[in-house]
Design a protein around this ligand. Structure first.
Ligand SMILES: [Zn+2]
Length: 196
């Protein structure tokens, strides 16, 4: 335990050196990946690894991240590492959150605009894997509830498969995370790293 605390303090100090602003959102000078997430380099027992800074911040200030949980931003500001702005979400919550935010960023679409295949896929996955109502989905995707109902009943967009594995969901939905680099780190905890 002493050993762990020693590492923990070192990592915490190392991390805090990178925080350059603590006004509301905490901003770091860390390199950001193309999605805007700061990348924190961690060196533990000669092992080098890179983690999303928000994930590291959560572990330092808020505690462990249960297996399979995602660190999400209340503030919708990817580089932010303010632990008070971070919360844990399940994969589903993360997906819904992202779809919602993706919507709000884009602003309102033309009411007559057509859905894309990708959006239909997202709707099908959300229908399948979340409790979001057709009404709520219609708001998120700026279409009528009837369109959602038709998609659900497979009257329209039949060719878009709703049979998805978690992998497919990741590939298609999870745009918020630099998948290639993060996938293997998703399950990792600071404690695990220190234990190795
Ligand atoms: Zn923030």
């Amino acid at each position: 335990m002493d050993n762990y605390m020693e590492h923990f303090d070192r990592i915490k100090k190392q991390f805090e050196k990178h925080i350059i602003s603590k006004e509301d959102c905490w901003i770091t000078d860390l390199y950001r990946n193309h999605k805007g997430y700061g990348q924190f380099n961690l060196k533990v027992k000669l092992k080098r690894t890179r983690m999303n800074a928000s994930r590291v911040s959560f572990m330092i200030y808020n505690g462990e991240i249960a297996e399979g949980m995602f660190v999400c931003h209340k503030c919708d500001n990817p580089p932010c590492v303010n632990p008070e702005h971070l919360f844990l979400g399940t994969h589903q919550e993360n997906m819904s959150d992202m779809v919602a935010k993706g919507r709000s960023n884009k602003g309102s679409k033309n009411p007559h605009s057509k859905l894309t295949e990708k959006e239909v896929f997202q709707i099908k996955v959300l229908l399948l894997e979340t409790n979001l109502s057709a009404e709520r989905l219609s708001i998120l995707f700026d279409v009528s509830p009837r369109t959602i109902a038709y998609i659900k009943k497979n009257y329209i967009w039949k060719h878009v498969s709703s049979v998805v594995s978690p992998k497919t969901v990741d590939r298609n939905i999870d745009r918020n995370i630099d998948r290639k680099n993060d996938e293997e780190w998703q399950q990792l905890n600071l404690l695990d790293l220190l234990a190795n």
